[in-house]
Write a protein that binds this ligand. Sequence first.
Ligand code: ADP
Ligand code: TZD
Length: 577
Amino acid sequence: MTVASTPETGAEHAASPAALTDGIHLVVDALRQNDVETVYGVVGIPITDLARVAQASGIRYIGFRHESDAGHAAAAAGFLTKKPGICLTVSAPGFLNGLVALANATTNCFPMVQISGSSERHLVDLQRGDYEEMDQLAAAKPFVKAAYRVQRAEDIGRGIARALRTAASGRPGGVYLDIPAAVLGEVIDAEQGARSLWRVVDPAPRQLPEPAAVDRAIELLSSAERPLVVLGKGAAYAQADEVVREFIETTGVPSLPMSMAKGLLPDDHPQSAATARSLALRRADVVVLVGARLNWLLGHGEAPQWNPDATFIQVDIAATEMDSNQPIAAPLVGDVGSVLEALIERGKPGRICVPAAWREELAERSVQNVAKMAGRLAAARTASPMKFLGALQAIRDVLVENPRVRVVNEGANALDLARNTIGMRRPRHRLDSGTWGVMGIGMGYAIAAAVETGDPVVAIEGDSAFGFSGMEIETVCRYGLPVVTVVLNNSGVYRGDDPSANGDPAPTSLRARHDLMIQAFGGVGYRATTPDEVATALRATLAAGVPALIDCVIDPSDGTESGNIAHLNPKGITVTR
Ligand code: ADP
Ligand code: TZD
């Protein structure tokens, strides 16, 4: 995009005005050349015109109420599309608000680029007290995969190319790109500007595994008596859905999904060991980790949760992930699609076979666990006041009728119970708190899921969790997105019946009518006190495809402290509950 200059002096200039451009137009042109379709952000000095020019150029700009939410949206866009999601923020405080999401994206291995305007370098660096003064590049560095600053308009194309490639290649992550206000306002010759931009070729090339490493893994698997595959969100991200399925089905190995890998294989797939999870981890003798880290979410691979003699095979794009917790007997460094293809190709038919005894052991435990759960579910269905599991069964039944729905989920009990109750049948249809267990991703993820996929979204939220990004239901309404937020409202963090120590509300106590909130923004609000009311409201709002919120009134005494990770609370002498 070029801007004809208005010559201020000289008749010859007036006769042939030089074509000029500026930093703002160069940023937009560079994003467009790299097929960026959507930018998520919050405007202000010095990036308001950047958002306007982006919108005028055909890029979709989604304006948020808080940068963390815009950043979480960009991160979710990265996870869903395999292309870095873009978040745009102002300087210092806006930058810091966005940084939470950028760090979270890095932790989750989602590709994302945060572009922030920054204040005058010559004032910031001498700490002269500029408007929104901060050394943002230095502040970002510890939290991101990489951080870059553009110092001249002619480097904008280079900076954006570098940021996009770094975010998407290898192990994906968050990249910070600092563009000072002076650079955004810098005017240069349009032709020179156009020549300075380029399109990144093959930003995330396939990474094929070493054949010897593949053979080593096959050797181990073929000797297994109780093999197990664990699918993580890296496998979902890889978009190698058919290959994952073929690998599991041709080998017959039981498989276990991590929460955001649910749906890669349907949860009711005959090889899913999800309903015998504890037994599968405790007994498996050869484990194939596919895009899943042996971090706290998998008990660091330690006994007694795991078999102390288990042998690990790990498929991961990051070589440095190997041996981070347990010895990896067969590291397979490469992208999920290429590695699993190689395993299928080099594994001769029949080489890997799963002893019937192992399948039967898992199936038996699964039957017992399902029966136990059925009892809890039946009791919850009729309980009054409504329990988490009562509301969740109603949600589950409606979601079965609406398979396109993308599910977003956060909270403590609201997270644990929804993850187990709501089966997924399609890949990348579940987005949740992820590796950090962070609250506040809800509305950002939901907005991005709706914008990027065009699918309807149901966000299942604890009432505390929802509050972190709740103001973004205005954004949902303003853009008319098909997002239904279901708040499981037990009036508190974890639960709502904690006694107060001094007459103030208890530290965990909350109180809100979220259904009234959304009405202020023109959305549809429901208050549901029974599972039937939940189902009726959800069915109606999904059919209408409009922004809606269902506030589910849950028994304040339902829910456990910290959900199923209560053991992580420090055990001092002070508190007894
Ligand atoms: P989960 O929490 O679901 O167990 P993690 O986030 O711990 O999953 O692990 C995801 C892993 O996937 C990371 O170690 C990351 O390096 C890896 N990964 C990301 N993309 C790919 C890919 N395309 N191929 C292989 N591994 C990948
Ligand atoms: N702040 C941030 C950013 N992330 C967090 N994980 C927390 C605080 C601590 N926290 C949890 O780990 S879960 C949770 C908080 C505040 C909310 C739990 O309450 P809820 O869900 O209402 O969302 P349930 O269903 O009532 O348990």
